[in-house]
Design a protein around this ligand. Structure first.
Ligand code: B12
Length: 294
């Protein structure tokens, strides 16, 4: 069964695969409580702590966890062009990865098992499940790091009631070089392992109402942020997964788009989920900065 699932996923060019047992994840409960108490969670995090720790009896017994790499070395030297973070520079992973998981989903269903595909917007703590499945270790920057892909990968999960031989978490930790602490533009990362999602630039570029202080933090990368990933030594010497697309926005000559035009141009990218207004707001913030410089 496990071999068959791995074979199906390999045929979809997915090679980093792990199996985690669904049980009460007591070891992260205190971390989750502390993050909530300190108001470090963003509104993008959904579900309750008990959903993430599987505290209550659950119909699912296992998580099949899969990594899909997305590293792209974005080199945009012309200041007049804005860009989006690497994970938004490829066709929407919610769709591409889901499609790649469908054959396993169908295989489980036709074998009489429950199956549910989860990618990103769900109540799970996906990084923790990937960690449990032996696919990576935590960085101080809160990213999960994999030996092959660094931290540049998406996580996809299939929950099922099938039972497997499970993988075990890696014993490794990151180098703790503290570069991510030093370079994070808004000091979202702390040495004691805390991470304030509300201070993360990625969140600031995606949220609706921003303060003047937050505006100052939006620069050439107008959606998402890769600073802590790009300076991470675990991300050197990793292979590029070259998608044809590089979203490059001519900021000075940018003209306002209708919703229809926005959808047509950018609808296939996952950043379009936040809509045209936030995208254009960020372009305008960067444009004003460029104009001040001229
Ligand atoms: C909300 C969200 C965000 C928010 C808030 C993130 C946050 N940490 O609070 C914002 C918008 C800021 C964000 C940013 C990004 N995100 Co995001 N995000 C999510 C989402 C939807 C939920 C995350 C969450 O709230 N988890 C619960 C919290 C409590 O977990 P946590 O913060 O990781 O805390 C745990 C760790 O601290 C852990 N821990 C830390 N050290 C150790 C050590 C040990 C031994 C153990 C056991 C545990 C442990 O314990 C805590 C509890 O488990 C997930 C998808 C999902 N459903 O999981 C994607 C997800 C985490 N994001 C992802 C990505 C790609 C990104 C960005 C790189 C995108 C970008 N370029 O802008 C950045 C990276 C920012 C960063 N440095 O983490 C990927 C992760 C890829 C990876 N390699 O880790 C995910 C899994 C989406 C996916 N399916 O691929 N994200």
């Amino acid at each position: 069964m496990k071999e068959k699932i791995i074979e199906i996923l390999n045929n979809e060019e997915l090679y980093e695969i792990g199996f985690a047992k669904i049980e009460y994840f007591k070891d992260i409960e205190n971390k989750l409580i502390l993050q909530k108490r300190k108001k470090h969670n963003t509104p993008f995090q959904i579900g309750k702590i008990d959903d993430k720790t599987f505290k209550k009896e659950n119909i699912f017994k296992s998580a099949i966890v899969v990594l899909m790499p997305y590293y792209k070395n974005i080199k945009i030297i012309e200041e007049n062009y804005a860009y989006v973070a690497a994970c938004f520079n490829c066709p929407d992973y919610h769709i591409t990865l889901r499609n790649k998981l469908l054959n396993v989903y169908n295989f489980l269903k036709s074998s009489g098992y429950l199956a549910k595909i989860c990618i990103d917007n769900n109540e799970l703590d996906e990084r923790y499940l990937a960690y449990k499945a032996g696919l990576g270790f935590y960085g101080l920057n809160h990213l999960l790091i994999n030996d092959k892909y660094g931290s540049f990968f998406f996580i996809g999960i299939i929950l099922t009631d099938a039972i497997f031989d499970y993988n075990i978490p890696l014993k490794k930790t990151c180098y703790k070089c503290k570069k991510c602490l030093k370079y994070c533009p808004n000091k979202a990362i702390k040495l004691n392992g805390e991470f304030n999602g509300n201070k993360c630039i990625s969140f600031i570029t995606q949220k609706k109402d921003i303060t003047l202080k937050e505006e100052k933090l939006i620069n050439q990368c107008i959606f998402g942020c890769d600073v802590c990933a790009n300076i991470c030594p675990h991300n050197t010497r990793i292979k590029e997964y070259s998608y044809k697309e590089t979203v490059k926005i001519d900021v000075i000559n940018y003209s306002h788009l209708s919703n229809k035009e926005f959808k047509k141009l950018y609808g296939k990218y996952s950043f379009s989920w936040r809509g045209r207004n936030i995208f254009e707001r960020n372009i305008n913030i960067y444009k004003q900065k460029l104009e001040k410089k001229l």
